[in-house]
Design a protein around this ligand. Structure first.
Ligand SMILES: Nc1ncnc2c1ncn2[C@@H]1O[C@H](COP(=O)(O)OP(=O)(O)OP(=O)(O)O)[C@@H](O)[C@H]1O
Length: 653
């Protein structure tokens, strides 16, 4: 795209005005963060240049001293943040500053409630970055030139943060980006060196690039002396005047990479600010760990668990949050190779001395060092979570509520840490019958009944459906706890997590029910007797449901419902079938097992029905009902309704 000398108008790509309005409103009480965001972007730009210059030193254009400068002009009510980093060309300006929109923006903004406190939390998760300038400015000018481009390739971007912005070609001799904020009326407090300095030190001390501000200029002092001669005549003599001290750019931050410092010298505040820089999150992290690993592979990791899930957490393609450094040189963001996908919420930085500086994503992929670091970091995060769960169950619960669903991807993805991940899982259960997922597998095992050797669970579409599943009846009667699962991922989880602590996980809707030593002899005898009694009824039902069921059995799991559907041991459960169908997979048509409750009055009633037609109608209706309860829908609902109506009519006669 060619750039015109004359400013060209562009529309913002998304519903910018509305989004900005919401953002400004929700972040207003914390407006100084605009400076953190802009300094953070400028430092990133310096990091990116340093990385690119590794393979092309000319990009430094003889100015290798990377820095960010912050200044203000009281008279004109402006603040300027200037960097000599990578800069942007015209297309990049349009791409990066022309839209706040990221995928899912509209959906995300529709979740805002208008309540400032909760919205600012959400906005923080979304990340507003550059656009936070409009909290304090009513006009923002960006003047930028990409490293390596000709001075005439500079671009000026101007916007008042409403529906549009302009771009124009400019001459810019020095590489990098200047951002000039024209402060709104009432925000002139920020056009003050002391105020700016205190914000920069508060938020940007950990940034490894130096952030500079101008010192105050000291004017020259003309010193004079009056000398009296013998006759009393006074002469004025100029003696050594004090030279003026010009304003100098001076670093106002420590400018050393935080993770290279000793843990004992780093305050919690500094850790928190560094987190905000790497994660673009506005809230404090939940916890973090900073480790220098020595030995075969040497690296420093600073890993954070956020307190809130970002709005696009469930997108598995989502960028990961680890920044990779090699020998303190920034290499890349989103170094996904160092963390398994189910821990994609972890943010932070990794610095390795063993990887080459010219490392690329491709090299990282098949690299022994990468694998060793990934293994170490995975263990570290799992340990952090284990420790938290032990030490502070409430805080862990907060973590689980945000990230539990993602952690549930663990057992299928990470076989070597399956047991450890399983120990971190939390479920709802029949013990409390509430939707909160707060029961660990270890707690379940502690509460198991004498003689119980399995961990029982049910998976359904919703918590309500799981809780009222007919399959739970006998478990409730016998006081056996069952885990209630209703997250989309649950069926997938249990298909990979088949045991924990040597106890098998068993679906209550799957296969024959064997309560093992928990059934007394009396119960077993009664069951056998009932089976004999119902032998011929079961056979008659099989004939009626020929081609629709795999088998018909007398149930041991029902007490209140007349019948239910069970999946054969090796067959896919209906939840799994639904899950596969929802991702477009072919699902084999498997026939269910139909179980009837011999103690139920309806079953007793049909057992006595001599008329084959009527018997058939009853069986079909009961079967459809059971299918409906299990799968939530029927292949042919109209026939079910008509059969039910016929049956009801016959009862009125
Ligand atoms: N000073 C700068 N120098 C070079 N590029 C910049 C600069 N400031 C912003 N950018 C570019 O604009 C992009 C958008 O910045 P913005 O702050 O809106 O989002 P972000 O930093 O990518 O992430 P987040 O929205 O989560 O804060 C950056 O990713 C970067 O590519």
């Amino acid at each position: 795209m060619t750039v015109e000398n004359k400013p060209v108008k562009h529309e913002f790509a998304s519903d910018n005005a509305k989004i900005l309005h919401l953002m400004i409103h929700s972040l207003y009480s914390n407006k100084e963060i605009f400076l953190r965001e802009l300094v953070s972007n400028a430092a990133d730009a310096a990091d990116k240049l340093r990385f690119k210059a590794l393979s092309d030193n000319a990009l430094y254009e003889n100015d290798g001293d990377l820095r960010v400068r912050v200044s203000c002009d009281k008279e004109n009510n402006t603040i300027t943040i200037s960097d000599n980093g990578i800069g942007m060309n015209h297309d990049e300006v349009i791409e990066h500053l022309g839209t706040i929109a990221k995928s899912g923006t509209a959906e995300f903004f529709s979740t805002l409630s208008g309540d400032q406190a909760s919205d600012s939390q959400l906005i923080g998760q979304f990340g507003v970055g550059f656009y936070s300038s409009f909290i304090v400015a009513d006009k923002v000018i960006v003047r930028t030139r990409k490293a390596g481009d000709d001075a005439s390739e500079g671009v000026e971007w101007i916007s008042a943060g409403e529906g549009e912005f302009t771009t124009a070609k400019i001459e810019k001799t020095n590489r990098g980006t200047d951002i000039i904020l024209h402060l709104k009326e009432g925000e002139s407090e920020f056009a003050d060196d002391w105020r700016l300095k205190s914000i920069v030190t508060k938020y940007s001390d950990h940034i490894s690039v130096s952030v500079e501000m101008l010192t105050t200029e000291i004017p020259a002092v003309e010193a004079v002396a009056e000398v009296k001669d013998d006759e009393g005549k006074v002469t004025t003599l100029a003696i050594d005047a004090i030279d003026a001290v010009p304003a100098l750019w001076e670093a106002v931050n420590k400018a050393t990479a935080l993770w290279t410092r000793e843990k004992a010298d780093i305050t919690d505040e500094e850790y928190k600010e560094f987190y905000k820089h790497v994660s673009h999150d506005f809230s404090d992290p939940l916890l973090w760990e900073h480790n220098k690993v020595e030995g075969k592979t040497e690296y420093t990791s600073l890993l954070y668990i956020p307190s809130k899930a970002p709005f696009d957490m469930y997108n598995r393609e989502k960028q990961h949050g680890l920044k990779l450094f090699v020998q303190r040189v920034y290499i890349m963001d989103d170094a996904e190779q160092f963390m398994p996908t189910y821990l994609r919420f972890v943010k932070g930085s990794l610095d390795s001395n063993d990887l080459p500086l010219n490392v690329s994503r491709e090299i990282l992929q098949d690299n022994k060092i990468t694998q060793a670091i990934r293994k170490g970091c995975t263990k570290r995060v799992l340990k952090m979570l284990e420790k938290l769960a032990k030490k502070d169950a409430d805080k862990y619960q907060g973590f689980w509520d945000e990230f539990g669903q993602v952690l549930k991807e663990g057992p299928s993805e990470d076989h070597s840490n399956k047991e450890q991940v399983a120990g971190l899982l939390r479920f709802a259960s029949t013990k409390e019958d509430v939707a909160a997922q707060n029961v660990s597998l270890a707690t379940y095992i502690e509460r198991m009944k004498e003689g119980q050797d399995k961990i029982y669970y049910v998976v359904a579409d919703s918590f309500e459906a799981a809780k009222s599943s007919p399959h739970l009846e006998v478990f409730r009667k016998k006081g056996i706890e069952v885990l209630l699962m209703s997250d989309r991922i649950d069926e997938w989880l249990v298909s990979h997590l088949t045991a924990f602590d040597s106890k098998q996980l068993q679906s209550v809707t799957h296969g024959g029910l064997d309560l093992g030593d928990m059934d007394d002899d009396e119960t077993k005898e009664a069951q056998e007797k009932l089976e004999k009694e119902y032998d011929s009824v079961v056979k008659r039902i099989k004939v009626c449901l020929e081609g629709k069921v795999k088998d018909v059995k007398l149930s041991q799991r029902l007490t209140d419902s007349p019948a239910c559907i069970v999946a054969d041991d090796n067959d896919m459960t209906s939840q799994m079938a639904k899950l596969m169908a929802s991702v477009g997979q072919d699902v084999p048509d498997t026939l269910p097992i139909f179980e009837i409750n011999g103690e139920h009055d309806l079953i007793k009633h049909i057992a006595d029905e001599q008329d084959d037609d009527k018997f058939g109608q009853w069986v079909e209706v009961l079967f459809d009902q059971a299918m409906l309860a299990e799968r939530g829908s029927l292949k042919d609902p109209a026939s079910f309704v008509s059969r039910l109506n016929k049956l009801m009519l016959s009862l009125t006669k």
